[in-house]
Design a protein around this ligand. Structure first.
Ligand SMILES: Nc1nc2c(c(=O)[nH]1)N[C@H]1C(S)=C(S)[C@@H](COP(=O)(O)O)O[C@H]1N2
Ligand SMILES: [Mo]
Length: 158
């Protein structure tokens, strides 16, 4: 094989590797918007709040150690603690919101990692909202899991 062909082959391999690295990195961004203003938060920026861990099986399947930040702490970090309505928008178009009262009733964990790794889109990532204290109740059907939104791409407050 000529040297030229070998280099071409390597170029293809390097491009593929770059794509495999870039695509999940892009997916791990969160849009935080308030009215017409919006900013993009990286995984690092989200995780600048203290990480909280919970060992559980998500009703949709994934199990293990879920790590993330307390939703209210995350909002406070960005001056949004007093938000009236916190809406979550998922990559699949699903959307739901939390009122201040709902946020007071329970601790919502904004999950950024499963078993120490950023979460793939196929595994309900990049971010999901869970209520660790409700795992049992949801399994038993005494609590709804309509606010256990996964594949979160945007948090929009007003
Ligand atoms: N991203 C995303 N999150 C979601 C949903 C969804 O369709 N997409 N469905 C919600 C609803 S209505 C419920 S009851 C639970 C479980 O949804 P399922 O019963 O459709 O699996 O997840 C919630 N979170
Ligand atoms: Mo539902």
């Amino acid at each position: 094989m000529s040297l030229n062909k070998q280099l071409g082959g390597w170029r293809v391999v390097l491009c593929l590797m770059a794509c495999l690295w870039v695509v999940p990195a892009l997916a791990s961004e969160l849009t935080l918007s308030e009215g017409t203003e919006s900013r993009t938060l990286s995984l690092d920026e989200i995780e600048s709040s203290p990480l909280i861990h919970a060992e559980l099986r998500h009703p949709e399947g994934p199990a293990g150690r879920f790590s993330g930040v307390d939703l209210d702490t995350l909002l406070a970090e960005h001056g949004l603690a007093e938000a009236d309505r916190v809406r979550f928008i998922a990559h699949d178009g699903y959307t739901t919101f939390l009122t201040p009262q709902q946020r007071r009733e329970k601790q919502y964990l904004f999950v950024t990692r499963l078993n120490g790794e950023p979460i793939a889109l196929d595994d309900l990532g990049p971010f999901m909202l869970i209520v660790p204290d409700d795992v049992e109740a949801v399994r038993e059907g005494t609590e709804p899991m309509t606010r256990w939104i996964w594949a979160i791409r945007e948090v929009s407050v007003r």
